[in-house]
Design a protein around this ligand. Structure first.
Ligand code: SF4
Length: 366
């Protein structure tokens, strides 16, 4: 027991002196913590900061989020990717307003019942916003766990997660042992996240000389200099690769976009017209004619690539200038660069082509 006390005291002391200053930490209201945790899923802290401010400027509380049109939510999310996150965020806000009296649930178990809130996120919100004594085990905490305890099995398994939760649950302070107002459990989780970000680093030698918990760390004690050997990571199959051809179709100062299907990957967002496969020039012209377009000029523009969780897209780009055509004769929406920027939510998978929307910018040939 005494040993555990020293562990969290060293860790919390380090955190009080080294914690990252982050906008959502300055006022950790449940809505702020919830929003930040959803944005931080699969996204770097630096990238999130600006989105977080912008989102809060527009939708400052759960009531405004519940009432906001989905198109606005998507627009505020544009570029962050994984758009199901914002759709679920909105659904959960509606649920909170309609069935929970406008109060965000204050326990991990209740939070998990809301759309888009899984095991990690519910534990993070419950501990950081409400002080619940529950570890929120993300990639950082898994890595530290593997090194602390010399866990040599594959870290990407439910069994490893379970062991990590058990380990941290034992090490966490009891609220009664510390000052409750200082939120020891929320700070314990955030301290480990920051430690994983600044000291116990992935893919490189960790900075064990500056680690507040080094005296508890088994791999540091038993295999000094070999700490980066853990965690053991065995991934599943390689990502599936899909090839697409993307068309930047331009006519009379406008560019073609279309809405993606309501279900599946990037559902309901907008995109530049595209088709499966890497089309050669003749095949590309044939595809355009099949879509009632007569190209005046066609040229290759830069290729791009985008990585999703389970698949990778490799994109071949063409810029096409077409003959003028009548509205409604093609299956696309023709929009100006301003309209596309302001109104249509184009996911970052097409970001390379978004950069060349301005008709005055010269598109480099690939
Ligand atoms: S001693 Fe080194 S390996 Fe162990 S937790 Fe600290 S930084 Fe990580």
């Amino acid at each position: 027991m005494e040993k555990m006390k020293v562990f969290y005291e060293e860790l919390l002391n380090w955190y009080s002196q080294n914690r990252r200053v982050l906008p959502w930490r300055e006022d950790p209201s449940p809505y702020h913590v919830w929003l930040s945790e959803i944005m931080l899923q699969q996204t770097r802290v630096e990238a999130v900061k600006e989105y977080y401010r912008r989102f809060l400027d527009s939708l400052p509380d759960v009531a405004s989020l519940a009432e906001a049109p989905e198109e606005l939510c998507l627009k505020l999310w544009e570029g962050l990717g994984y758009y199901s996150r914002v759709r679920n965020l909105k659904k959960a806000a509606v649920e909170v307003m309609e069935n929970r009296g406008g109060e965000i649930p204050n326990t991990c178990a209740e939070l998990k019942k809301l759309p888009g809130i899984g095991t990690y996120t519910s534990a993070a919100i419950a501990s950081i916003a409400f002080g619940e004594r529950i570890p929120s085990v993300d990639g950082n905490l898994l890595r530290i766990f593997s090194r602390l305890t010399m866990y040599e099995e594959n870290i990407r398994t439910p069994a490893a997660l379970k062991k990590a939760v058990e380990c941290y649950t034992e090490l966490m302070p009891e609220k009664t042992e510390t000052i409750p107002e200082e939120n020891p459990c929320g700070n314990f989780n955030q301290a480990l996240m920051d430690l994983g970000n600044a000291v116990c680093l992935p893919n490189t030698t960790p900075d064990c000389g500056n680690c507040p918990i080094s005296e508890f760390c088994r791999i540091h004690r038993e295999r000094p200099g070999r700490e980066a050997d853990l965690p053991a990571i065995r991934t599943g199959k390689d990502k599936k690769v899909e090839h697409l051809t993307v068309f930047l179709i331009r006519s009379e100062g406008k560019t073609a976009v279309r809405k993606r299907p309501a279900r599946g990957l990037l559902a309901g967002l907008y995109e530049f017209p595209n088709t499966a496969g890497e089309l050669g020039r003749d095949e590309a012209v044939k595809w355009l004619r099949e879509h009632s377009l007569e190209p005046l000029r066609i040229r290759r523009i830069p290729d791009a690539e985008h990585i999703f969780t389970h698949k990778k897209w490799i994109l071949r780009g063409y810029e096409v200038i077409t003959e003028p055509f009548s509205e409604g004769s093609i299956p696309f929406i023709m929009a100006s660069a301003e309209e596309i920027t302001d109104k249509y939510c184009i996911p970052s998978a097409f970001g390379t082509y978004l950069k060349w929307l301005d008709l005055n910018s010269s598109v480099p040939l690939s």
